[in-house]
Design a protein around this ligand. Structure first.
Ligand code: 1PR
Length: 574
């Protein structure tokens, strides 16, 4: 009979991935504990409890107490049984968070969580702004078992200083001053173990452990094989482990992410396929006029292949979902569910995230419900395209006031800013004179790049509905509005570069990256590994880069792009 493992579920995000990871590791049965009654029903049998959370600290802690779970969790810990906290789970063990003033945490650790600082001297010295949230793969700088620092061949529940793990958070227990450092030293003497990681020049607690309690700020269930081995060590009760030799470590710090993107839609036979357009046109040009949708393979198969090749994230864009309700779009949910059973890196899904009215019943499904459906199927982030344009237009029309009701605000309030990506589909619009628009204009420096009529200026005009509808709004203005409303990341496409294999759009990337302080993913135009080197060496500090066609056609695989970066640059990759 399979052993039962329990997960606290206060509906704060993608818990399916954790359940999938546990089932992948061994023959475990996963039971979700949603409230006090569930806890009381199973209490006597629980010996391994996972305590995961994403999103807003206050919302999470409030849900724990509203569901009558906080006192049960505390007495469970006091009873000496094993518990593993993840992300906001770890955070809730602290006293409080700047994110939600006046909301007390469980108070097991005497720290206050604070927000990472955009104005970090390490970034400023290179003329950059540090993107917050801290999203991506990072390493532990040091691990302490009590006061003793572990060597590079030792590990705490397999957590070591050489593998990279997936972090996604804006707040942390940051070692900001002597007072906080003194608290860490005191806790170490009392028997607490800590892993310390670094974002820019800010050190923070990446793991904490005391007797039967172990907690990580990163997501082991999203950290590939390295993360799965941590969950396994916890399940096996292996607190101390050692490696026969140390691994070949990456250079220190946050890595640049390589993302594989799969544009998914139904072909003319009704099958869900991965497709890829040239400047958003996904139909083959054929002499017989059939012009079928380009079919590059099956979504789950391709995504799994990219995971095995070392993709840091996988993005699915349901490129025609604006025509139909995703509530009815069950094949796409099935794609996500199946992908999440085998892929243990972050999954993003986009397409049709907005308030929806069911065409048959007339019932309203708010965007947050649509997003919840995707999170429950295994997504870690949702990407909003067309609706973000509408929301930004409303934001400017109302003199930058926030209604609190838009999809961006509602989803980030419930699931955290890190869960909301904005997918931008801009197209270059040439201008003779900057006064022709109110948008921020770029002066084109290279005469060879002047417009067809010698235009020396341009701006990037946003589109919606897969490039079909243009709007009197610039990419920069769209991204700034979305950041103000609570978006956590920008996926910056370029219709001009999409499918051209000529490299990323530097002009656009520099303009947008210089105007926001959330991470920006470069997208559109990658054709060879050199293009990734070029975009990461760009002086604006792009956080991640995405490729589609070059991977789908098999021109290059993800591992060969990373090998190329390791061999030909100082760019840090996982
Ligand atoms: O508007 O919220 O329903 O979301 C729809 C989503 O589908 C948006 O994210 C939009 O970008 C995307 N989309 C809609 N139509 C298309 C199309 O191609 N006809 N795909 C489309 C956009 C662009 C990139 C692509 C990169 C890299 N795909 O994601 O993967 O350009 O390509 P490359 O490396 O081959 O150059 P909503």
């Amino acid at each position: 009979m399979s052993e039962k493992v329990y997960i606290i579920d206060v509906e704060s995000g993608n818990l399916q991935s954790l359940a999938n990871a546990i089932k992948y590791i061994g023959s475990y049965e996963v039971v979700f504990i949603r409230d006090r009654e569930d806890f009381e029903k199973h209490n006597d049998q629980i010996t391994k409890l996972f305590f995961p959370g994403v999103g807003n600290f206050g919302h999470f802690v409030h849900e724990l107490s509203a569901r009558g779970l906080n006192t049960h969790i505390k007495s469970y810990i006091d009873s000496g049984r094993e518990i593993m906290g993840i992300c906001v789970g770890l955070q809730s063990f602290m006293n409080s968070s700047e994110e939600s003033p006046n909301v007390p945490g469980l108070g097991l650790l005497d720290f206050e969580l604070t927000k990472f600082d955009n104005h970090d001297s390490l970034y400023q010295s290179k003329g950059l702004v540090k993107a917050v949230p801290h999203i991506g793969w990072n390493r532990n700088e040091k691990i302490f078992d009590g006061p003793r620092e572990l060597s590079s061949t030792e590990a705490l529940y397999n957590t070591n200083t050489e593998d990279s793990y997936y972090f996604v958070h804006s707040y942390a227990a940051i070692l900001s001053n002597d007072n906080v450092r003194a608290k860490i030293e005191k806790a170490k003497k009392e028997g607490w173990s800590f892993a310390i990681a670094k974002y820019g020049s800010e050190e923070f607690i990446a793991c904490a452990s005391y007797k039967n309690l172990f907690a990580t700020q990163f997501h082991p269930e999203k950290s590939g094989e390295a993360g799965l081995s941590i969950i396994k060590a916890f399940l096996d009760g292996e607190r101390h482990s050692s490696r026969s030799q140390s691994l070949t470590a990456n250079s220190s710090g946050l890595t640049r992410r390589i993302i594989a993107c799969l544009d998914v839609r139904s072909n003319d036979a009704g099958d869900l396929v991965v497709t890829k357009g040239d400047q958003y046109d996904v139909r083959e040009k054929s002499d017989d006029g059939a012009n079928e949708v380009r079919n590059l393979g099956k979504p789950v198969e391709l995504a799994t292949k990219y995971y095995r090749q070392g993709a840091d994230e996988v993005t699915f864009l349901n490129i025609t979902s604006f025509r139909e309700s995703p509530i009815k779009d069950l094949p796409m949910l099935e794609v996500l569910r199946k992908a999440a059973e085998k892929i243990f890196v972050p999954l993003t899904v986009g397409g049709g995230i907005k308030d929806l009215v069911d065409p048959v019943s007339g019932e309203l499904y708010p965007a947050v419900t649509v997003a919840d459906l995707y999170f429950r199927s295994g997504a870690d982030k949702v990407s909003i395209g067309s609706d973000a344009v509408r929301i930004a237009e409303e934001y400017y029309a109302s003199n930058k006031s926030k209604s609190g009701k838009s999809a961006i605000e509602a989803i980030s309030a419930r699931f955290g800013v890190q869960a909301v990506v904005i997918s931008v589909d801009p197209k270059r619009k040439y201008l003779n004179d900057p006064s022709q628009t109110n948008m921020a204009v770029i002066e084109i420096s290279d005469p060879e790049k002047y417009g067809p009529n010698g235009e020396k200026f341009c701006y990037y005009q946003v589109t919606s509905q897969g490039g079909r509808k243009t709007h009197e709004l610039g990419a920069l203005e769209l991204c700034q509005a979305c950041e103000a409303l609570g978006a956590g990341e920008i996926l910056l496409n370029s219709i001009d570069h999409d499918g051209t294999n000529q490299g990323f759009n530097f002009e656009l990337l520099k303009q947008v990256k210089g105007a926001v302080s959330i991470p920006v993913i470069a997208s559109s135009g990658a054709g060879v590994p050199l293009h990734f080197k070029d975009v990461f060496e760009l002086d604006c500090g792009v956080d991640a880069a995405l490729g589609a066609g070059m991977f789908h056609r098999g021109d290059y695989d993800i591992a060969s792009v990373k090998d190329y970066l390791r061999e030909n640059s100082d760019i840090n990759v996982r």
